[in-house]
Each structure stands twice: as C-alpha cells, then as structure tokens.
Design a protein around this ligand. Structure first.
Ligand code: CO
Length: 144
C-alpha cells in the first residue's frame, strides 16, 4: 500500500489529427464529451474533453487537435504521430512547486505559471527533464 497524497491526476491529453475521429473511439468506450470545442488560438489548438468518474476529482480525458499547419500540436503529430501528449497533475501551489522544481534543476517551459484551458494556472516540465513525459502541473485559480 502506498500513502495517499494531495496530488490528483487532472487529465491525460492526447494529440489527435481529427477530434471527431478520436471522439468516436472514446465514445465507443462509454466516455461522454463536452458539447463545446474550446479553441486556444494562442496555442493553435482546439480541445474537447470528457469527465471521468462521477465527480470532478476523477479528472478528465482531453483531446488536442491542431488548428492549421503549425503550432505545438501540429508539430508534435508531425514528429511523433498521434498519441499521448501530456499528463497533468493538479497541485495546491503551482508557484511554489515551479520554484522548487527549478531549484532542483528541472526545465520548465514557462518562467512563471500561465493561464491555461479551463481557467487554470499551468506550467509544463520539459520531457528532457522527466524521462520523456511532458508533465503539466496545474492549479485552480481561487476566484474561479
Ligand atoms: Co493539459
């Protein structure tokens, strides 16, 4: 038995060429997706997500599709093909954790946490620091 912790898996994000095609696969498994596609123009990405479990703490699955022929998701698919893009952990204090990780020598994508999808503060740890996994850390903003 391992010890329980405060850290929750917030989402697993999957890079896909077609949101519609990928959505169907997970719907065949029984997942239910949000009706609205969220567009993050600055990242050239559109996202669709499905809540897992019976309450929000069970996290969600996020599909990431490219907008146009550039941007991080387009480039990821060109390089790696479709597949798991990142894991995201919900943390209590992203600012402190970012500082601690930097002090330990991890390479973060952003100097300070930035606004991400769903009104959360997010930062990413570069896969070169983590054995090949892009890891997002995120925190709910207190006023949301
Ligand atoms: Co994410």
């Amino acid at each position: 038995m391992s010890m329980p912790s405060d850290i929750v898996l917030d989402h697993v994000a999957i890079a896909v060429s077609s949101l519609d095609n990928a959505k169907k696969i997970y719907e065949d498994l029984g997942l239910k997706f949000s009706l609205n596609i969220e567009v993050v123009e600055s990242q050239k990405v559109k996202t669709l997500f499905a809540e897992l479990g019976k309450d929000k703490s069970a996290g969600h699955l996020e599909l990431l599709g490219p907008i146009g022929n550039d941007g991080p998701i387009y480039n990821f698919i060109q390089k790696n093909g479709e597949g798991i893009h990142h894991l995201a952990f919900l943390v209590k204090d992203i600012t402190q954790l970012s500082l601690d990780l930097k002090a330990k020598g991890y390479r973060l994508l952003y100097e300070n946490p930035v606004a991400g999808a769903g009104g959360k503060l997010v930062n990413f740890i570069h896969p070169k620091s983590t054995g090949g996994v892009l890891i997002e850390i995120c925190q709910c903003q207190k006023n949301k």
